[in-house]
Design a protein around this ligand. Structure first.
Ligand SMILES: Nc1ncnc2c1ncn2[C@@H]1O[C@H](COP(=O)(O)OP(=O)(O)OP(=O)(O)O)[C@@H](O)[C@H]1O
Length: 211
C-alpha cells in the first residue's frame, strides 16, 4: 500500500533528509515518530505529493509518485488521500458545509449532500452544518477538519501532529476518532507526531532519526 525505500529529500536550502525504509499495508495504522525537525512533515508532504523531486522510491498502491504528472498527482491525492494538517486550514469565510464541499469539488468528484450529513453526524457536528468556522470551538473546528479529510472516503489518511495542542481528554478523543473513521472504510492511517501519549495507542511505529 505505502512503500518507502532509500528515500531522501533535499530542500533548496539545507542538507538531505534520509528516511528509513518501511511499508504500511492496507487498513493498517502507523505512527511516524521523531523529534522536532526530524522530517515528519516533510515525509507526509512527500507521500501526499505536495513535495516532489525526491531520490529513492515512494510508492502508493504500486504507483511510483514521481512518475505521475502534476495533474495526475492532484487527482490521485484528491481521490485517495485525506490530509489532516496541524493547523486545520479551514476557510473562515465559509460555513462548515461549504468547507466540506471543497473536498469533492477539488477532487473532481460529485458533491453528495447525504454524504456530508453522514460524516457530520458521525462526528457529532450535525447541528453545526450552517455555522461559520469562526463560530466553532477549537475542538469542533478540528473535527470539521477530520470530516473534510474523510469525506471522499480516502484509502489513506495522513494526520500531522493532530493531538499535540490538546489536553489529555481531547487527545484521547481525537486519536480514537481518527482510528474509528479509518476503520470504517479500511483506510490506512499514518499519524506523524512527537506526542508521547500516542505511543501506546498504535503499536506499528516508524521512527525518524534526528538530523
Ligand atoms: N521549506 C523548507 N525549506 C528548507 N528547509 C526546510 C523547509 N521545511 C522544513 N525544512 C527543514 O527540514 C527539516 C525537517 O523539517 P520537518 O518540518 O519535516 O520536521 P518535523 O519532524 O515535522 O518537525 P516538527 O515536529 O517540529 O513539526 C528541518 O531541519 C527543517 O528545518
Amino acid at each position: 500500500m505505502i512503500s518507502v525505500q532509500n528515500l531522501s529529500f533535499q530542500y533548496a536550502a539545507g542538507n538531505a533528509i534520509q528516511f528509513p525504509d518501511f511499508t504500511v499495508t492496507r487498513g493498517e495504522h502507523c505512527l511516524l515518530l521523531g523529534e522536532s525537525g526530524s522530517g515528519k512533515t516533510t515525509l507526509l508532504h512527500l507521500l501526499g505529493g505536495l513535495l516532489r523531486h525526491y531520490s529513492g522510491s515512494l510508492k502508493i498502491e504500486d504507483t511510483e509518485l514521481a512518475q505521475l504528472s502534476e495533474a495526475s498527482l492532484d487527482r490521485f491525492r484528491g481521490q485517495n488521500i485525506g490530509f489532516i494538517f496541524q493547523r486545520n486550514h479551514l476557510i473562515n469565510a465559509l460555513t462548515v458545509e461549504k468547507n466540506l464541499m471543497m473536498a469533492p469539488y477539488l477532487a473532481g468528484l460529485k458533491i453528495e449532500s447525504e454524504r456530508i450529513t453522514e460524516v457530520l453526524s458521525g462526528l457529532g457536528l450535525a447541528e453545526k452544518r450552517k455555522s461559520r468556522v469562526t463560530q466553532l470551538s477549537h475542538g469542533q473546528a478540528q473535527r470539521v477538519a477530520i470530516a473534510r479529510a474523510v469525506l471522499n472516503k480516502p484509502s489513506i489518511i495522513f494526520a500531522d501532529e493532530p493531538t499535540s495542542a490538546l489536553d489529555d481528554k481531547n487527545c484521547e478523543r481525537v486519536i480514537h476518532l481518527l482510528m474509528d473513521v479509518a476503520n470504517q472504510h479500511q483506510s490506512t492511517l499514518l499519524v506523524a507526531t512527537h506526542d508521547q501519549r500516542l505511543k501506546d495507542k498504535i503499536s506499528n511505529q516508524v521512527r525518524l532519526s534526528s538530523l
